[in-house]
Design a protein around this ligand. Structure first.
Ligand code: ATP
Ligand code: MG
Ligand code: FE
Length: 332
């Protein structure tokens, strides 16, 4: 089967093609316009999706060496995400399917982040635990089957990606700051400064307190030394990253114990973080875990993960009608 998939939930316009379970194209158009604003501006994101969607589709067809008449189904991100952004992808998918007389496959973006683990080998086996850490979500998911997943822990406030991005903003780094903190952290001492770990029961997370602690810490130090950030940027980044990674993995450790599961995956944009990837590898040795870390291109938003999810839904003939609408919030 040939599945064409469209992702437009936030600020990446992406189109991928899955040919018999293999990804043969994954084109991603990043939007740079938001850098000036310290966050994604929804109205601008929709307009750029509208400009990019047709060229990105065309490039994907060229990369996969398929023509429109080879396509068997159109998959698309239905949600969660920014409504205006989703509308561009969903409307395009519906029109394209109507014009080509093809079935439509609706995909949950958060399922897709996890299903990115089924693009390449080695693939995890069910049941496994997945820590999904992205710009909008922080979830520990018990993955029982391709579309049978249960959230067993999640953030009660900010997502891990937001913790990175908001800290970056405090440090005067441009948006999105996660990758920049990662870069500076590689050159700093992770134990230079200590930030408190939130005391949350069960498997849930909280990151808003960390952000406030960092803000107050920086303000206090700047009173004594106005150049504190500039002079200590690497150590600050390394320490913040270390704190976030510790908070994340401590709960994963708890979940693994509670559910007696040793296959542990990470997914979402923050799974690109080198500190998290390294700490997880170390845990795998320490605790006998089998860990699954996605290729960098499948961590942040991409349509390949939508295409692989579409592939499995195509096998089950799980199609939706032309009355489908995007959903900014979606049941998991
Ligand atoms: P969601 O998937 O929850 O709807 P999203 O799609 O906006 O949110 P992703 O594209 O999956 O999120 O991830 C983007 C987030 O990942 C941003 O917060 C970004 O800062 C963070 N991120 C990307 N690379 C890194 C990195 N190397 N280190 C830390 N954070 C990173
Ligand atoms: Mg993005
Ligand atoms: Fe995402």
């Amino acid at each position: 089967s040939v599945i064409l998939a469209i992702e437009s939930s936030c600020d990446e316009t992406s189109v991928a093609i899955c040919t018999n379970g293999k990804i043969t194209a994954n084109v991603i158009a990043n939007q740079t316009i938001h850098q000036n604003y310290g966050g994604v501006i929804p109205e601008l994101a929709s307009r750029v999706h509208q400009q990019n969607i047709v060229p990105v589709i065309q490039q994907a067809l060229i990369d996969a060496k398929v023509s429109k008449k080879d396509i068997n189904a159109i998959a698309f991100t239905r949600g969660p995400g920014l409504l205006g952004s989703l509308l561009v992808g969903v409307s395009f998918a519906k029109s394209f399917a109507l014009a080509l007389d093809l079935p439509l496959i609706a995909v949950n973006h958060m399922h897709a982040h996890i299903l990115a683990h089924f693009i390449d080998d080695p693939k995890p086996s069910f049941p496994f635990l997945c820590l999904t850490v992205s710009g909008g979500h922080t979830q520990i998911v018990l993955v029982k089957d391709f579309f049978d997943m249960e959230i067993v822990g999640e953030s009660l406030d900010d997502a891990a990606g937001e913790a990175f991005d908001k800290t970056a903003k405090i440090l005067n780094l441009p948006y999105p700051g996660g990758p920049l903190i990662d870069k500076h952290a590689a050159l700093g001492n992770p134990l230079a400064y200590k930030f408190p770990e939130p005391q949350i029961k069960d498997l849930n997370y909280s990151f808003s307190g960390l952000k406030t602690a960092i803000l107050y810490f920086i303000r206090a130090r700047e009173k004594e030394n106005p150049d504190f950030i500039k002079e200590n940027l690497n150590d600050i980044c390394a320490s913040v990253q270390h704190s976030i990674v510790q908070i994340l993995l401590n709960k994963v450790k708890k979940a693994a114990k509670q559910y007696h599961i040793k296959e542990i995956a990470i997914a979402g944009g923050v799974s690109a973080n080198t500190g998290l990837r390294k700490a997880l590898e170390e845990k795998s040795v320490e605790l006998g875990w089998k860990v699954f870390i996605p290729a960098f291109e499948y961590c942040t938003d991409n349509a390949a993960m939508i295409a692989i999810a579409g592939h499995y839904k195509f096998i089950n003939k799980e199609f939706v009608g032309q009355d489908i609408a995007p959903a900014s919030r979606m049941e998991f």
